[in-house]
Design a protein around this ligand. Structure first.
Ligand SMILES: *[C@@H]1O[C@H](CO)[C@@H](O)[C@H](O)[C@H]1NC(C)=O
Ligand SMILES: *[C@@H]1O[C@H](CO)[C@@H](O)[C@H](O)[C@H]1NC(C)=O
Ligand SMILES: *[C@@H]1O[C@H](CO)[C@@H](O)[C@H](O)[C@H]1NC(C)=O
Ligand SMILES: *[C@@H]1O[C@H](CO)[C@@H](O)[C@H](O)[C@H]1NC(C)=O
Ligand SMILES: *[C@@H]1O[C@H](CO)[C@@H](O)[C@H](O)[C@H]1NC(C)=O
Ligand SMILES: *[C@@H]1O[C@H](CO)[C@@H](O)[C@H](O)[C@H]1NC(C)=O
Length: 606
């Protein structure tokens, strides 16, 4: 496979398409002469000028609903409930800040709940504008009109035109609760580690209001179904289900009812739910490093799986744990993941699939002919993926590159734990937004790896987005880690496939692009999101080649995200396939969502 460049401006395509019916047409290679000379030298002619006839509107095809679930993925709750401790308390909480001192109603009473929030010292500038679920309305057909055909096509698209993806290809959209829900303190939700982002006195965008998905989920599901998106990955916040976070503490009945309805509503509209159990929003009381992390995590996760295991075919246990600092907490997370996997398969008898998703922008050696750069790139990959994927997929120890780094705070995994973790995953999930170049540092990797005070420690590599020929890796976005760089998609997938040999395949669990200019555009301008849609089309075109030319099993792709999200303190990094108006909470489809759907209609076998 060789790197290919996206013909990003697509000038040739634009010019060849921009002919006006009946008007004189010529090749762009010659200077524009006057009519007399060209008529006398050849192919020019005059005719009567007319405007083009309007093209009939194309409309999005909604999903067929309800979803027919072919098999139950686990026993129904009436049977599965026997797996839950009989002594669990189910209750509801309502945050009353004055109850902190007044109410002394026990370890897990309303007073304790108020003290939990008071202790977290979080207050928000904005309060949710509404506090009940909004009834959905059908999406008017005027919103479902396709844009004109994309004027820019990825390079090599003609080669992929006949390439097909299997009919069970998991294509859709991804999201996470904290980034869209708002209403952080409503209906008994306890505080999470993310909640200080956007809280006073910070001036960042307020996560307490956000896109208000918590009360607008029906409308959002309706909108996904109306444009025909078949898979929707969302996360459930641990602290909504278990407000105090810890094993043995009460379960919030209101949250169970809420997510039951979100799941049922998705299915009723023809959408298959994919659930992320933990997407960063840990309870304050349960850090990853807690020796009892697995016990607390399973206490929470069993609530989800016993209730919804019958209807949910895919579960993501933990989102991007590999971005945590390199220490034993990573192994703790793997143990919790494996414990839950075992419980799901053996105790619940679940027939669905379980994964855990990794962040990774592939490290590409700055100079692929330089052995030091190649070693540096592979070392970076070891720190990002090998550290968790070696034990999980291969039953292998954490890479030596990591363990031999001086001052590293991660121990080798015991053989008992390796046996527990090994193979406890059904397919590989990765969020490969983009790639980056990596080079060995000036003093060499070894000197840095021996010196915990080196600023590049522990990965000990230099990263850059500029290639050795001086050119940026690809079109830049609002965030420093995301570029239109389709030339590395096959390498990213090839690295994962050939290194970890995930027989169950690879899910691209997140990919997306927050265009720089969005912030300055009006609504019409934001809707016509050419850069984002180029990113998706070019990326997906490379996925086709990875599948058909490289033999990589890709089982699905989930776009990040279905609406503009709160990117951990800012609404300005807009990854959405739809915009959100933060005054009216109205959503608007962008053109990328139509092009995204079109791609799969063309390439997924029926
Ligand atoms: C076309 O260009 C030629 C060469 O410049 C010139 O002699 C001729 O008069 C022009 N004809 C018209 C109709 O402008
Ligand atoms: C509830 O039951 C479990 C398992 O039977 C036990 O471990 C736990 O201590 C009990 N909790 C309380 C509060 O009694
Ligand atoms: C209060 O917060 C502190 C640190 O933020 C934590 O150590 C302590 O356990 C918390 N106490 C309660 C009752 O949550
Ligand atoms: C989000 O923050 C930016 C930058 O501080 C600000 O311009 C914008 O108005 C904020 N948006 C909302 C909806 O609060
Ligand atoms: C959701 O669907 C399940 C299974 O069909 C059903 O048992 C449950 O009552 C439904 N929940 C709601 C809120 O309708
Ligand atoms: C949000 O909606 C309001 C009311 O319709 C409108 O005035 C405002 O311009 C919209 N904001 C954006 C960014 O489109």
């Amino acid at each position: 496979m060789g790197p290919e460049l996206l013909s990003f401006l697509g000038l040739a395509a634009l010019l060849s398409h921009s002919t006006v019916n009946g008007a004189a047409v010529k090749s762009r290679d010659q200077p524009m002469p006057n009519a007399t000379t060209t008529l006398s030298t050849g192919s020019w002619s005059f005719s009567t000028f007319t405007y083009p006839s309007p093209t009939p509107n194309r409309y999005a095809t909604p999903l067929v609903s309800p979803l027919a679930i072919p098999t139950k993925f686990a026993p129904p709750f009436s049977q599965a409930s026997t797996l839950l401790d009989a002594n669990i308390t189910y209750t509801t909480y309502s945050l009353n800040p004055t109850a902190t001192t007044a109410s002394n109603d026990g370890q897990y009473g309303q007073g304790a709940f108020a003290r939990l929030w008071a202790n977290a010292s979080l207050s928000y500038r904005d309060q949710p504008p509404f506090t009940t679920t909004v009834s959905p309305t059908p999406v008017p057909s005027s919103e479902l009109v396709f844009p004109s055909p994309l004027p820019v096509q990825p390079l090599g698209q003609s080669e992929t035109a006949n390439m097909r993806l299997p009919s069970d290809f998991v294509w859709g959209v991804a999201s996470s609760a904290w980034q869209i829900e708002g209403g952080l303190q409503v209906e008994g939700r306890g505080p999470s580690v993310d909640d200080s982002i956007g809280a006073l006195p910070s001036t960042a965008n307020d996560s307490n209001v956000n896109a208000m998905f918590y009360y607008l989920y029906k409308q959002d599901v309706e909108r996904l179904a109306a444009v025909g998106i078949p898979y929707f990955c969302f996360s459930i916040p641990w602290t909504r289900i278990v407000p105090f976070g810890v094993a043995g503490s009460p379960i919030n009945q209101q949250a169970l009812d809420h997510y039951d309805d979100l799941i049922n509503y998705s299915i009723a509209k023809g959408i298959t739910p994919i659930i992320t159990i933990l997407h960063y929003d840990l309870p304050l009381a349960v850090p990853y490093s807690d020796p009892a992390f697995s016990r607390h995590f399973l206490y929470y996760a069993k609530q989800l799986m016993t209730r919804w295991g019958d209807r949910v075919p895919y579960w993501v246990t933990v989102n991007e744990p590999n971005l945590q600092p390199v220490d034993n907490a990573l192994t703790n997370i793997l143990i919790a993941h494996a414990d839950l996997y075992d419980w799901y398969k053996n105790d619940l008898q679940g027939k669905g699939k379980i994964t855990l998703k990794f962040a990774n922008n592939l490290a590409v050696p700055l100079d692929p002919d330089n052995a030091d750069d190649v070693a540096a790139a592979l070392r970076y990959q070891d720190f990002l993926l090998g550290i968790m994927a070696n034990p999980l997929f291969l039953g292998k120890q954490i890479p030596e590159t990591v363990l031999k780094t001086a001052g590293i705070k991660i121990d080798p995994i015991s053989s008992k734990n390796l046996a527990l973790i090994s193979g406890k995953i059904d397919f590989f999930s990765i969020d490969p937004y983009s790639a980056q170049y990596v080079t060995a540092p000036k003093g060499g990797v070894s000197a840095c790896a021996a010196d915990p005070n080196n600023p590049l420690w522990p990965t000990c590599v230099e990263t850059t987005n500029v290639a050795s020929n001086g050119w940026l890796i690809g079109d830049a976005s609002y965030v420093p880690f995301c570029f239109v760089a389709p030339q590395y998609v096959r390498y990213q997938l090839g690295y994962v496939w050939n290194t970890f040999k995930p027989k169950g395949g690879i899910l691209v669990a997140e990919f997306g692009f927050p265009a720089m200019g969005d912030t300055y555009k009006d609504l019409d301008g934001q809707r016509y999101d050419l850069e984002r849609t180029c990113y998706y089309q070019a990326f997906l075109n490379e996925v086709l080649k990875a599948v058909h030319e490289d033999g990589v099993r890709v089982v699905g792709t989930l776009a990040w995200s279905f609406i503009d999200t709160n990117e951990f303190g800012t609404f300005e990094a807009r990854f959405g396939l739809q915009t959100v108006n933060h005054t009216t909470f109205e959503r608007t489809y962008k053109r990328s969502v139509f092009d995204y759907v079109d791609f799969f209609h063309q390439h997924v076998s029926q």
